[in-house]
Design a binder for this molecule. Structure first.
Ligand code: TYD
Length: 406
């Protein structure tokens, strides 16, 4: 049995998704034989309430020079980060010598706006290729994993930070206590830690089990975040629900005693108690909901195939690796996956080896069905793909329910 990464209590998985490959590990046929698999098993720590996967592959297997994820592939995500940068500039980075740090700054999608405003900033990004893209966009970037020693280096070179921000990164870091200690070291006494990640409450409510994959070592709630950061002198002072990634939460933390908590915090904690987010029984019913979703999705795809329909996957998301491998969806059911990311095109999806083709392959010859692997971008995609719908093409989605949409 493994131990909770936050409090050290023993962990008992509430389900197993079976052997899983690296979620963003798009590969070529030469790599099929040596492909890495691990047991994807989420667990609720009954002691501190943190939901986490029991085993996580080594970081080097997930984040490296060929990391296939680029933040800038969605227009709406680009707008989301621009709006956030505007808020930080207006509210939190007004001091003359203000300094902003972003953990996991990817291709600089957020920090480029801070850089453009002439504000001192530093992005920390362990994947060398995306860090290079950020530098090209004028974003001061350090290629490193953030921890207490890294925080120390930054303090020596730049001083303390007014804001430390991160999006869809904190939930990737197994040594969260080490990050919390580094954040406390790097923040000014009245500084803010602001981070956002997919929200456990949404995953449970929508059965969006595909948020569970190797990179997401944690699925946070306000309850588990407050408890994880408190021992490091950081208090949860506000929360804000966000529509990104199919339902995220933005958490605001500050050194203990520096700011009062907004009423939203208690309201959120109460809502989480009501939803049963720290109750093991809730996860039993989640497991059953995952199994039902799998049965229904396989039935829908099987019917499409038996009718002679062509199904193409839309968006080679990391999330879809959990869906295809858990459900056993191969190229027998989904001919190929269309994706706009050049680094994924021409490769094969992890584990089940469905070919990934450029977007033109989808546009040039519309399939009968498009399986919405990028369901978190549904509004943007359906807006863009009105011709597909007009041609009689139908969408298959599986969050929050398995449904076929005209
Ligand atoms: P993302 O939403 O970040 O999901 P994950 O974190 O699970 O990888 O990834 C979206 C993927 O979908 C990305 O590979 C780009 C692709 N995509 C398209 O191909 N077309 C689109 O119109 C959009 C919005 C995304």
């Amino acid at each position: 049995m493994s131990d909770c990464r936050i409090c050290g209590a023993g962990l008992k998985p509430f389900m197993s998704f079976g052997p899983m490959p690296i979620a963003n590990g798009f590969l070529t046929p030469e790599d099929f034989d040596g492909e890495y698999f691990f047991d994807l098993e989420p667990a609720l720590c009954e002691s501190c309430g943190m939901v986490q996967i029991v085993e996580q592959p080594a970081p080097e297997l997930m984040f490296h020079a060929d990391y296939a994820f680029f933040s800038g592939t969605s227009q709406r995500m680009a707008q989301h980060f621009k709006a956030l940068a505007g808020e930080l500039i207006e509210r939190n980075l007004t001091a003359k010598d203000a300094f902003a740090v972003e953990l996991g700054s990817n291709d600089g999608i957020m920090l480029r706006h801070i850089a453009d405003a002439g504000i001192r900033h530093l992005g920390i990004e362990p994947s060398a290729n995306v860090a290079d893209a950020a530098r090209e966009a004028g974003v001061n970037t350090l290629t490193a994993f953030f921890d207490e020693a890294c925080a120390e280096r930054i303090v020596d070179e730049y001083g303390h930070a007014d804001v430390i921000y991160s999006a869809n990164v904190m939930c990737h870091i197994p040594d969260l206590p080490g990050v919390a200690a580094g954040v406390r070291r790097l923040l000014k006494p009245d500084g803010l830690l602001i981070f956002e990640d997919p929200y456990l409450g949404d995953v449970i409510a929508k059965t969006s089990y595909d948020q569970i994959y190797d990179e997401h070592v944690f699925l946070f709630s306000a309850t588990s975040v407050a408890r994880a950061f408190a021992p490091h002198g950081l208090s949860l002072i506000d929360t804000r629900p966000l529509p990104t990634h199919g339902g995220s939460m933005r958490y605001y933390l500050a050194p203990k005693g520096s700011y009062p908590a907004a009423p939203a915090v208690e309201t959120r904690l109460e809502a989480e108690r009501q939803q049963g987010l720290t109750d093991p029984a809730r996860y039993e019913s989640f497991r059953e909901a995952c199994e039902r979703s799998r049965r229904e999705l396989l039935a829908a795809l099987g019917t499409a195939r038996d009718e002679g329909g062509c199904v193409v996957g839309y968006g080679a998301t990391a999330k879809s690796t959990t869906v295809t491998n858990y459900c056993g969806i191969t190229s027998d059911l989904v001919s190929f996956i269309s994706d706009i990311t050049p680094e994924k095109q021409g490769k094969y999806s992890p584990g089940v080896h469905i070919p990934v083709r450029p977007y033109d392959a989808f546009r040039a010859n519309y399939p009968d069905y498009a399986l919405l692997f990028a369901w978190n971008h549904e509004a943007e995609i359906r807006d863009k793909e009105q011709d597909f719908a007009a041609s009689g093409g139908r969408w298959i989605r599986y969050v929050p329910e398995v449904e076929i949409l005209a």
